[in-house]
Design a protein around this ligand. Structure first.
Ligand SMILES: [Ca+2]
Ligand SMILES: [Ca+2]
Ligand SMILES: [Ca+2]
Length: 533
């Protein structure tokens, strides 16, 4: 009955492979690592590392006038002393948590025999109500009657943190508006039981969905119950239909495991789908890949090619002009709580990779941004109460060509613009743990000119307009709800979303681990829809 949440798989693999967990240690207070003189444009880089050599592929050609001043100068953030740990700490005092100079409780390395109860076991956390209020109501904001009982176990402690967070949202923003209440769009069949990455064919508006199907296994180990699948969703008014297209394990199984973990996906300018194959949950040693699913319009041709090898945890994929960006969620650098990176590849190099006898692009393992020319930026994860150590996850681009990506484990959101030489200028638009502390998939919708954030931890969707250069994101919460099975369309660990003609389509990942409100995987597996109009 016991199941191990996905991030713990890293611990499990570390133990299985004989690598001991990182010992607790104390680092001196960190300062922002600023670019080396004359090597990158002025501007803060947060905890981001930039390449020291002009060898990165050129970024999107954002109009310099649009991005000028996109970074303020000489910011120094005092970051908390952090210690590496493989599990989030128990519930802390959220009120004491700030972006800078945060006091963080000492890490608690949890012994395997004290792991929290697994999914499917009885829920102990209080249910959260989401009573609607009128938009722009002048009435006092309603704070949910969250009962904060002493948690009986670490999992409950983490969920308590998430419930506290919902209460904080409501105190700040009011209860989510009834008009944004999500509805059930699709109930998925068993062989599509874990929806994750979604993308829209820009020519046809057909939605494509990846289902890695990691969930549902005893102990979250062993062969998956269902192989990873690609599916196609067509909207018809308020209804939708879904069609399974193929199983990845039959097209491009990873040789050593026979498994594929399809997550993010995006159409390239060549009309083909590029897919992140996350092998991290099977092997943490740089086994993840990028696949190219050859397409004829909305139809796969049947050919799937491996075009990149050597990623740790391939997560989100984004094409901007002739560049493909991929987030990597774990770098597993020693003596560090967590970090991820953004990779970048050009259409030219991808066009010949994995075909005509050419090998895939092979990445070097990365400890610094200089270790491989495809590594664009590295961003570390701040240790927060109730947060985790997962790094770069969702990624999107706004109408001005500005890129954004966010950390899963601390909710920090970054903006990337490029100078005339194509070098990245990166700054923080939402600080770790400020307002929310979990960022899964993000999506920019041009019609509303907003970026929407999947907050997996809090069963929430947040939104912000692209901030002006040098400004921070101003956030609002579109919706949040408590623990659920998703049957009524409520959010059940939202991981990815797309917006098509005013309809927000949300994939509910439903593969919980202790830092999330979601406490149990179970049917139905669902796609939710929020009407933004
Ligand atoms: Ca993701
Ligand atoms: Ca659930
Ligand atoms: Ca569910």
């Amino acid at each position: 009955m016991k199941k191990i949440f996905p991030l713990l798989l890293g611990l499990a693999f570390l133990m299985l492979t004989g690598c001991p967990p990182q010992p607790p240690q104390t680092e001196p207070t960190k300062k922002i690592e600023t670019p080396t003189k004359n090597e990158t444009p002025e501007g803060p880089t947060g905890k981001i590392e930039l390449p020291k050599q002009n060898e990165t592929p050129v970024g999107p050609k954002a109009d310099p006038a649009d991005t000028e001043g996109g970074a303020t100068s000489s910011i120094t953030l005092d970051l908390p002393d952090v210690s590496p740990t493989l599990l989030p700490p128990s519930s802390g005092n959220r009120a004491s948590r700030k972006t800078t100079a945060t006091t963080v409780a000492p890490p608690e390395l949890v012994e395997p025999d004290s792991l929290p109860p697994r999914r499917g076991e009885p829920k102990e956390e209080p249910k959260e109500e989401t009573e609607p209020v009128a938009p722009d109501s002048e009435a006092p904001l309603v704070e949910a009657p969250v009962v904060l009982e002493a948690p009986a176990d670490p999992a409950a402690a983490h969920r308590t943190v998430a419930l506290e967070q919902i209460a904080a949202y409501k105190a700040k923003w009011g209860t989510p508006q009834e008009k944004y209440k999500p509805k059930l769009l699709l109930t998925l069949p068993d062989d599509l039981q874990q929806p994750d990455g979604m993308t829209v064919n820009p020519k046809t508006k057909t939605i494509f969905l990846n289902c890695p199907n990691f969930n549902g296994r005893p102990n979250d180990s062993g062969p998956k119950l269902h192989p990873g699948a690609l599916a196609r969703i067509k909207l018809d008014g308020d209804n939708a239909t879904i069609e399974k297209l193929f199983v990845y394990e039959e097209k491009a199984p990873f040789p050593e495991t026979g498994q594929v973990g399809p997550m993010g996906l995006f159409f390239g300018p060549d009309g083909h789908l590029y897919v992140a194959d996350n092998q991290y949950f099977f092997d943490i040693n740089n086994k993840s890949r990028m696949l190219r699913v050859r397409m004829d319009g909305d139809d796969p041709t049947g050919e799937v090619e491996v075009v990149v090898e050597g990623i740790k945890l391939a997560n989100a994929v984004l094409w901007v002009d002739d560049k493909m960006y991929v987030t990597d969620t774990f770098l597993d650098r020693p003596d560090e709580f967590g970090s991820g990176c953004v990779w970048v590849f050009t259409l030219d190099e991808l066009a010949t990779a994995g075909v005509d006898g050419n090998p895939p692009i092979k990445l070097n393992p990365v400890l610094t941004v200089d270790d491989d020319p495809h590594c664009l930026v590295i961003a570390t994860v701040t240790k927060l109460p109730g947060g985790g150590h997962a790094g770069a996850d969702g990624m999107t681009v706004d109408k001005d060509g500005v890129l954004y990506f966010g950390n899963f484990g601390d909710g920090e959101l970054y903006r990337i613009v490029f100078d005339d030489d194509g070098k990245p200028i990166t700054d923080v638009v939402h600080a770790a743990g400020d307002y929310f502390n979990c960022c899964d998939g993000i999506f920019y919708d041009a019609d509303t000119n907003k970026i929407y954030v999947n907050d997996s931890a809090a069963n929430a969707i947040h939104a912000f307009a692209p901030p002006a250069p040098g400004e921070k994101a101003v956030l609002e919460t579109i919706w949040t709800n408590g623990d659920t099975d998703g049957a009524d369309g409520s959010l059940d660990q939202p991981a990815e979303l797309v917006v098509v003609d005013g309809k927000m389509i949300i994939a509910n990942f439903d593969w919980p681990f202790p830092e999330l409100i979601n406490s149990g995987f179970g049917p139905p597996s669902t796609i939710s829809v929020i009407d933004l109009k």
